[in-house]
Design a protein around this ligand. Structure first.
Ligand code: KG4
Ligand code: ZN
Length: 340
């Protein structure tokens, strides 16, 4: 008998994107629908959890239906339903998890809870069909900055993490301080192109006990102090120079720590993931560093870097193949850790 193809319906709602996707055989994205709430949160300068939850409730049905329609599939065609169950905002997570549980129960389709960071890492498999573990992956997003050794499908060892702010969080906070607004990452990326990254020297923090850990709060404070001192002296700030110099400081640290890990572990493959991975200067810096070290550099397209459900579908596929199944007791876990 011919084996049935594996189709995963994936749902992601951990922060401010309501997203659903249909993924065939792990790496082929049949649909990838993302409803972004960014405009709703912009006036508050960041994501407001209550507003996010309410919007997820309003949108999730339509988004999931659109993902099935665009894939030309019905719910009953699905092999399994994968859903992000953490980490993230508890209200938003609960909406995706409850919705997925209800669909799974109603249609009698297996349910698989997926770790959001695992999803980000797995985004690399979508467009790089030849990529297989093991490799080192830097996950830099609004909530996380992790250096991860991907030992096998679904097997991760976190070797470095941020001690305070995540890289994306630093981008967002600095952007707000220099008057660029939310979300800061793409805006800093854009204005930096007009600025001089060597104009101001901001610190590159090292964590003494752990070479792979990150710390970005000192850098953020250094930028704020610089802005204050300019204001006190009545000097105008050059927004583009501040943005470019800050961005360079973040990129330098991310590249240095990542390349140290790649060398130490002796892998010939390196990947990036998460919202910050769409940063143009970060990509260029990694292209150069990897070329120098003769390491193959992998990265997802920007749409698969920021939150999306296709990446959850890919991660869900590998979890499904390994036999992972969840029941109606699956719950949202806001501070879920990876690799434990
Ligand atoms: O992965 P993501 O969509 O959500 C989380 O899981 O956190 O990442 C969002 C983060 C935000 O902090 C945003 O400012 C940052 O990614 N980001 C960027 C860029 N695009 C998004 N940071 C730097 N440069 C970009 N081009
Ligand atoms: Zn994310």
């Amino acid at each position: 008998m011919e084996e049935k193809e594996i189709l995963i319906l994936a749902i992601e709602s951990s922060c401010d994107e309501t997203a659903a996707a249909v993924v065939r055989e792990g790496r082929e994205v049949l649909s990838n629908v993302i409803y972004s709430q960014i405009d709703l949160h912009t006036i508050y300068g960041g994501v407001v959890p209550e507003i996010a939850s309410r919007k997820h409730i309003e949108k999730i049905n339509q988004v999931v239906q659109a993902a099935l329609d665009q894939a030309g599939k019905k719910l009953t065609d699905m092999t399994a339903i994968a859903v992000t169950y953490g980490p993230g905002l508890v209200g938003p997570l609960l909406i995706g998890v409850s919705f997925a549980k209800a669909l799974s129960f109603a249609a009698g389709i297996p349910l698989i809870g997926v770790h959001h960071i695992e999803g980000h890492i797995n985004a690399n498999y979508i467009e790089n069909k030849e990529l297989e573990p093991p490799f080192v992956c830097l996950v830099a997003s609004g909530g996380h900055s992790h250096l991860v050794v991907v030992k096998d499908y679904g097997e991760y060892e976190v070797i470095g993490r941020t001690r305070d702010d995540a890289a994306g969080e630093a981008f967002d906070k600095v952007a707000r301080a220099i008057g660029l607004g939310y979300p800061g990452g793409p805006k800093i990326d854009k204005v930096s192109k007009q600025g001089n990254p060597e104009a101001i020297h901001f610190p590159r923090a090292k964590v003494v006990e752990s070479v792979y850990d990150f710390s970005f709060s000192g850098l953020k404070s250094a930028v704020l102090n610089y802005l204050n001192s300019c204001q006190m002296k009545g000097e105008e700030i050059d927004q583009a120079d501040v943005a470019a110099s800050f961005q360079k400081a973040v990129v330098d640290v991310l590249v240095e720590h990542s390349m140290a890990a790649v060398k130490e572990y002796g892998f010939t493959k390196f990947a990036i993931a998460g919202g910050v991975a769409s940063n143009s200067s970060l990509r260029t810096a990694f292209e150069e560093a990897c070329e120098k070290e003769k390491v193959t550099f992998y990265h997802p397209s920007p749409v698969f870097c920021t939150d999306n459900a296709a990446m959850i579908g890919t991660a869900g596929y590998y979890e499904y193949k390994k036999g992972a199944r969840d029941g109606s007791d699956l719950n949202a876990v806001p501070n879920l850790r990876l690799g434990e």
